[in-house]
Design a binder for this molecule. Structure first.
Ligand SMILES: Nc1ncnc2c1ncn2[C@@H]1O[C@H](COP(=O)(O)OP(=O)(O)OP(=O)(O)O)[C@@H](O)[C@H]1O
Ligand SMILES: [Mg+2]
Length: 345
């Protein structure tokens, strides 16, 4: 599960750590993948210092040994017995946060996690605040994305963009990906502005907005500062927060238990099949094995193949190689989305 938001500082890492704490308290074997070059999740899990291998090496080369060496035990395990690990973040992962990643790039973490997924009950991925390569890499390796939003106007817009970006990627490349929903963080119940924005989020996201809201509490910062799980922090506020993270985890588990939504059209079905055979595989091996033909996607809808930085141009899938077709299908129509944002504003 990825924890994301296309806006910075809204509480992605806080929520990722809260969920990790809930999973740890429940006795789950948990892995937190720190995909943000700022490495805040690693710090919050007590993993700081020099590490020989990190997530940046994994993204370079998702080999078995590299993956295993990039994962260390969290110091949370010293406070309470249990199994919680972190795939160490690195500022060097910034080099993978390009606006135009190839399908090969965004598939790396999926391949890496397939090597260790049997060792864990839950994998939580903390992502950077953008829709570039790293966030897409996280989403391609995920079944669910939890969107974090503050009750403020810019966060509302960012949450909406994120939901649409997930839907695009789901339709284009990875049908098992679904938005778990939007959770409001840093809510101050006595604030009129926050109430108004929370109402706005409710109208925009309806059943996709989580009923639980995370309040602004200094306790969260204290627990983070001490690199301790909120479930072991003393006081009533910590207990309330722990209960909220338990509820969010419950919602995630309930959603994992449901079968994926029925696929809507032919392209979706094809992508579902391709995605299934590619799951956890090395991309080259799969393409070779399946000997995908250029006509495979011949009846796919022409789609926009560039991001907003370049002029958009529809591509006819008939003239692309299989790998190019997958790449084209994987592109998110950010341009279209940002136009809709402007209309909304
Ligand atoms: N509910 C909360 N109550 C109090 N402080 C909070 C809460 N949520 C987040 N914070 C604080 O706000 C700051 C930003 O939160 P956090 O680092 O989780 O955001 P982020 O979305 O991961 O940021 P970035 O985009 O930089 O990765 C941190 O100092 C964190 O402790
Ligand atoms: Mg963060």
């Amino acid at each position: 599960m990825s924890v994301s938001s296309l806006k910075g500082g809204v509480g992605k890492t806080t929520v990722a750590l809260g969920l990790a704490s809930a999973a740890f308290a429940r006795g789950f074997r948990t892995l937190v993948v720190d995909l943000d070059p700022q490495c805040d999740a690693s710090t919050g899990l007590g993993a700081f210092g020099e590490f020989r291998e990190t997530v940046a090496d994994v993204l370079q080369n998702p080999k078995h040994n590299v993956v295993h060496r990039s994962i260390v035990s969290s110091t949370w395990g010293k406070v309470k017995s249990g199994h919680i690990d972190v795939m160490i973040g690195s500022p060097r992962s910034l080099q993978f946060d390009t606006p135009n990643p190839t399908i090969r790039d965004v598939w790396k973490l999926e391949e890496a996690l397939s090597r260790v997924e049997k060792e864990y009950d839950l994998v939580i991925i903390d992502t950077p605040p953008s829709i570039n390569g790293l966030t897409r890499t996280a989403w391609v390796a995920s079944d669910r994305v939890l969107i974090v939003s503050e009750p403020s106007i810019f966060s509302v817009v960012a949450a909406d963009r994120a939901m649409r970006a997930i839907e695009e990627l789901r339709r284009g490349l990875t049908p098992r990906l679904e938005a778990l929903g939007v959770v409001i963080n840093r809510m101050r119940p006595q604030s009129k502005e926050h109430e108004y924005r929370a109402q706005e989020l409710q109208e925009l996201f309806r059943e996709n907005l989580m009923t639980v809201k995370i309040e602004e509490r200094a306790t969260l910062q204290q627990a983070q500062g001490a690199a301790r799980p909120i479930h072991t922090w003393p006081g009533d506020h910590a207990r309330e927060l722990a209960n909220i993270f338990d509820e969010i985890l419950e919602a995630a588990l309930a959603s994992f238990a449901l079968p994926n939504e029925k696929r809507r059209n032919k392209t979706d079905k094809k992508m579902a099949r391709i995605s299934k055979i590619m799951r956890g595989q090395n991309l080259d091996a799969v393409l070779e094995l399946e000997s995908l033909k250029p006509m495979e996607f011949a009846d796919a809808e022409p789609i926009i193949s560039e991001l907003p930085t370049e002029p958009s141009r529809p591509v006819d899938p008939k003239f692309l190689t299989p790998i190019e077709q997958l790449e084209a299908l994987a592109f998110i129509e950010l341009e279209k989305n940002s136009d809709q944002d402007k209309d909304k504003a």
